[in-house]
Ligand binder design. Structure first.
Ligand SMILES: *[C@@H]1O[C@H](CO)[C@@H](O)[C@H](O)[C@H]1NC(C)=O
Ligand SMILES: *[C@@H]1O[C@H](CO)[C@@H](O)[C@H](O)[C@H]1NC(C)=O
Ligand SMILES: *[C@@H]1O[C@H](CO)[C@@H](O)[C@H](O)[C@H]1NC(C)=O
Ligand SMILES: *[C@@H]1O[C@H](CO)[C@@H](O)[C@H](O)[C@H]1NC(C)=O
Ligand SMILES: *[C@@H]1O[C@H](CO)[C@@H](O)[C@H](O)[C@H]1NC(C)=O
Length: 415
């Protein structure tokens, strides 16, 4: 029954491609509050000082491995490039609201392209040592007016598996800093109060290269490409995706409405533009680049990651265009998706078609109004002015534990 209703709808959507387009108003319907914030210009609202630190923390790491310019953790690099030429930058640290340390902790890669997690805290520690001994600003607040981009799986917990990440905790020297991170989960110890949840990096150039015409029919009902099982699962502890991806595979591998596979086709981006729903289940962490890709390709994201904190959630109307499925309901995915009415689907697609929403999730080489960089700067501006209590009193000792950490973290970072 249900399936039949959907086959009608698919047919309708295919046929109605042209007619519908006339009604795809660029002014999507979401609350005025969010609409106002989404386009705010950060210039004049904050000043950021960019520390000049040795290129072994940034430029030289990239030169050694260019893959990190475009992988999902690349915001740490593009944020630096943006800030160097941004109008929010100040060359006078005495007038800065925020201090930024350009450090690429995710750019030291294994042969398979994954960041070396054990080197991240070491690199971070060396950089903080560097800035805190050469400038007076870190010690003034224990880093409370400093921000860091920490785009790894569990942010500044620097591990990809939840139990390990939780055991490590947020790196001790970052206890007071503001963290810009892709990891977001309500109440999690790797998401500190005051952090800014940002989107992972998806290459705008690649998106542009693979964009199809807007009237491309959406003939795939639900789409997913990615791993269902991970070899790093530990027998007694971490289960990959808390079993959600495995359940998706077991339940729907033979279901015609679900186009799912672990093979990554070269038409991946095109396929998303031919799909109505794009499944975005958690992996090791709740977030993934699929969230960004689904939105930029107008495919309704089906978010299966309990307690996820989505990027820029006070600005982007996620509730209006995404579908949220509790992890324990994953077996009912077909019923849940097929019972969403046609008008609801069209409403979500209309909101997703708003270029302004897509722009919030991208970090283009040349910054444009409303893009991810502007959202980050606006989020930092909204945290101003700093409370006077962040400044340590004269003679007050640092509250940070400079001797905490794995012994290997104390080896100075070098290439
Ligand atoms: C300390 O770091 C080393 C290498 O960086 C790693 O092998 C070891 O597991 C770490 N120990 C702890 C307790 O995290
Ligand atoms: C900041 O504090 C650290 C540790 O207490 C100290 O080693 C360093 O010299 C201080 N920096 C400055 C610029 O005084
Ligand atoms: C988080 O920080 C904000 C201010 O930045 C504060 O108003 C709020 O009470 C804090 N929440 C918790 C749970 O500490
Ligand atoms: C985009 O397409 C251009 C021209 O075909 C090509 O040179 C470039 O490498 C592509 N970029 C990406 C990121 O795919
Ligand atoms: C600082 O960290 C060290 C090493 O983990 C620990 O032994 C010590 O108790 C900590 N100090 C404080 C004040 O928490």
């Amino acid at each position: 029954m249900v399936r039949q209703r959907w086959s009608h709808l698919l047919f309708f959507i295919v046929l109605a491609g042209f007619g519908l387009r006339a009604f795809v108003a660029p002014q999507a319907r979401f609350s005025g509050h969010q609409r106002h914030m989404i386009g705010e210009d950060p210039v004049g609202r904050l000043k950021v000082y960019v520390y000049d630190i040795p290129s072994t923390f940034n430029k030289k790491v990239v030169q050694r491995d260019m893959r990190c310019l475009s992988h999902m953790f690349a915001v740490e690099i593009h944020m630096h490039l943006y800030l160097l030429s941004s109008s929010v930058r100040t060359l006078d640290p005495d007038e800065a609201d925020w201090f930024y340390t350009p450090i690429y902790t995710n750019c030291d890669l294994t042969v398979t392209g994954l960041p070396f997690i054990n080197n991240m805290p070491r690199m971070m520690r060396s950089a903080i040592n560097y800035i805190s001994t050469r400038w007076p600003y870190w010690n003034r607040t224990d880093g409370a007016d400093h921000f860091f981009v920490v785009p790894h799986d569990f942010g500044a917990c620097f591990h990809f598996q939840e139990s390990e990440a939780t055991a490590r905790g947020i790196y001790p020297l970052l206890q007071r800093a503001t963290l810009l991170q892709t990891f977001g989960q309500i109440g999690h110890s790797c998401l500190k109060n005051g952090s800014v949840v940002i989107p992972p990096y998806v290459s705008p150039r690649k998106v542009f290269n693979h964009t199809l015409s807007v009237d491309t029919p959406r003939s795939i009902f639900a789409y997913f490409r990615g791993v269902f099982h991970d070899m790093n699962e530990t027998p007694n502890g971490d289960r990959y995706a808390r079993g959600v991806r495995e359940a998706i595979w077991e339940n729907f591998k033979d279901n015609d409405l679900f186009d799912i596979s672990s093979e990554h086709p070269i038409t991946y981006y095109e396929d998303m533009q031919r799909s109505i729903f794009c499944l975005c289940p958690l992996g090791w962490a709740p977030w993934s680049p699929r969230l960004v890709e689904a939105v930029v390709f107008g495919c309704i994201p089906v978010i299966i990651a309990d307690d996820i904190v989505l990027p820029f959630r006070d600005v982007i109307p996620w509730d209006d265009f995404a579908v949220f499925v509790p992890e324990k309901e994953v077996d009912n995915l077909e019923d849940i998706l097929t019972s969403i009415s046609e008008s609801e689907v069209k409403k979500k697609q209309r909101i997703l078609s708003d270029p302004q929403i897509k722009q919030t999730l991208l970090f283009p080489r040349q910054s444009v109004p409303g893009d991810g960089f502007h959202q980050v700067m606006n989020a930092l501006a909204r945290k101003l002015p700093h409370e006077t209590s962040i400044y340590l009193k004269y003679g007050q000792p640092s509250a940070l534990n400079w001797s905490a950490g794995n012994a290997s973290d104390f080896i100075p970072w070098q290439l």
